[in-house]
Each structure stands twice: as structure tokens, then as C-alpha cells.
Design a protein around this ligand. Sequence first.
Ligand code: ATP
Length: 335
Amino acid sequence: MADVVLRNLAKRFGDTQALADLDLSIRDGEFVVLLGPTGAGKTTTLRLIAGLEKPDSGGIEIGGRNVAAEAPAERDVAFVFQQYSLYPHMTVYENLAFPLKAPVRKLSAVEIDRRVREVARMVRIDHKLENRSTRLSGGEMQRVAIGRALVRRPAIYLMDEPLSSLDAKLRAELRLELKRIQKELGSTLLYVTHDQVEAMTMADRIGIVAEGRLMQVGTPREIYGNPANLHVAARLGQPHINLLPADLLPGGQPPAGTKTVGARTEHLDIVLGPDANAEIDWIEHLGDQNHLHIRAGNHKLVTLADPYLAIAPGDRISLTLRDPLYFDAAGQRLS
Ligand SMILES: Nc1ncnc2c1ncn2[C@@H]1O[C@H](COP(=O)(O)OP(=O)(O)OP(=O)(O)O)[C@@H](O)[C@H]1O
């Protein structure tokens, strides 16, 4: 495993600036997640590190080595794609063993067997080793694809939305397993997703990417609690952060220059009573929690509420800010 350093990386495809001035250091053994919408430049970043694309400018170091002149095979990275790319004519065992059989690796049959079985146990596919890879469920195929990357011990694992084709339950399971395996192996991992829950639950650090730029890098807690700008604030949190004019609700202390107040659930106090400044529009019942849709003046807000809160559409409430986030006219965070 190794440190990976990206310096001022830029890449353009025709008129599209896919990446601009991207700086990022990934520490040995760290799990970094790039989070951003479609077209933000996440996959391009992985492909540049893997050597599948050439940067227009900037540098890439893997384990202290400048890899600019190295072919993909020399870079010692393992890539897991969104779609399981297994060899269909092979069994699960053969798929897992394949990356270890390259003559340059000089591994004995006993060592290959040991590693294949160890990784198969890790990704919980050891009971299907003799199955043809086409005779697996989607989740099992993706486990094999991840396992095939894990049998090698590369400098870095690059994973491009490896769980996005799976159903929600499997995604949640594999998310936990992937994090456990990464910790167990001490692997360096750069993982791309547009799923904020994956980013929050797996990452040591999250990098928020938008329009080819890295907006902020930090721990999930920093990114959520201390976003640098409106864009970052809007990427995390369910329901979405409410963006309101500075003078809409009482309770805040907006600093000079405040244009927008960012209020998440934890920044809003609700009291039923006579001093109402807002009204409940409707309530979405999600089982373990409710989403309250609230109207305050001409603005609509959404916040979470305990399902036992005795509240109904049409109820008038008093809505107060508690330590929200403040942004200036350019969308930069003020405090
Ligand atoms: N080979 C290519 N030729 C032309 N344009 C490309 C190419 N690869 C990427 N792009 C463009 O570069 C931009 C960044 O693409 P990239 O695939 O890195 O985004 P992404 O963040 O991974 O998006 P997604 O979540 O949809 O995978 C997009 O506008 C995309 O259309």
C-alpha cells in the first residue's frame, strides 16, 4: 500500500473541462471517497491515476514515484468498475485466481490457492467457488469483482461506484463489508460515488467534487458540520438543507454580509402554540421518522420529526433557528 498524491491535475475532452487544478493527497491506508454529481470528473480522476487517460497537465505520484511515464500495468493499481466485469467462461475460483497467475508474480500454486480462499471468505463467496461466474446473482458477481481486486495487494484500490447496480439492502450490506475489509487489510482506497450515505459511512475523508473541481476535503463530520460553501452544504444531509433568506426566521445571529441561511433539521426548533410564524403543509410518513413540509411566508422547508410528535397538516407552529449556517452572496460560508 502507498500514499498517492495528485498535483494540479487537469484534463479536457474537447470543449469539456473534465478536471481543473485537482490537488489531493491520499495517505497510506486511508479510505477517501470522491462525492459529486454526474459529470463532476470523478471517474476521470480514477482513470488518470490508473493510467487509462493522460492528464493535460499536473502530476501523479504513487508511493513517492512519479508515474507519468508508466503504463497502466506498471502502476500497481487495482480498478473495480461499476459493472461487474468477470470472465464468464470461468468459475468464481478461476476469476479470483486469474490476477495472481501472471508470470511476473511468480506465485506458487499453493500461495495462489491460499489467497483465493482467504479473499473468497472475506467477500463471503467461499461457498460458490466452483460456480460459473454467470450463474451468480448481481450481488454475488459484484463480490467476486471486488474480490478479484482484493487478491492482489496493489498500491491503491480504485473503485468506481462498485455498489450502484445493487439493490438497497445488498448495497447496505456490502458497504459495511467493504469498510471492514479495507480496515482489516489496511488498504489505500479511492472510491467514487454520488451516494452521500456511502460517503458518510465509509470514508475516512470525503472530497466533494463539482464541475471538475475539488471543493472541499475533510472527514465526514467536517464536511457535514463545517461546509465551506453552499454547494458542499447541499451535497450532504437528508432531507436537503433548507436555504432561506437571512430575515425569514427568528433565533439566528447572521453576521454582516449574510445572504442565505442554511438550516438543517438540527438547526430548527418547532413549538406548537400561539406565536406561530409557519404552518405544516403536509407530512410524509417514512415509518421510523416523518418528513415535515412546512410553509413559512413564501418559503417551503422540509425537516425531520419524531413520528410520535402530535402534529397534523394545517397546524400552526413557531419555527426558530438554532445555530444555523450562514453564507454570503457568492455562496461562501460566513460562520
Ligand atoms: N472520453 C471522453 N470523451 C469526451 N468527454 C468525456 C470523456 N470522458 C469524460 N468526459 C466528460 O468529462 C466530464 C467528467 O466526466 P466523468 O466521467 O469524470 O464524470 P463523473 O463525475 O465520473 O460522472 P458519473 O457520476 O456520471 O460517472 C463529463 O462532462 C463527461 O461527459
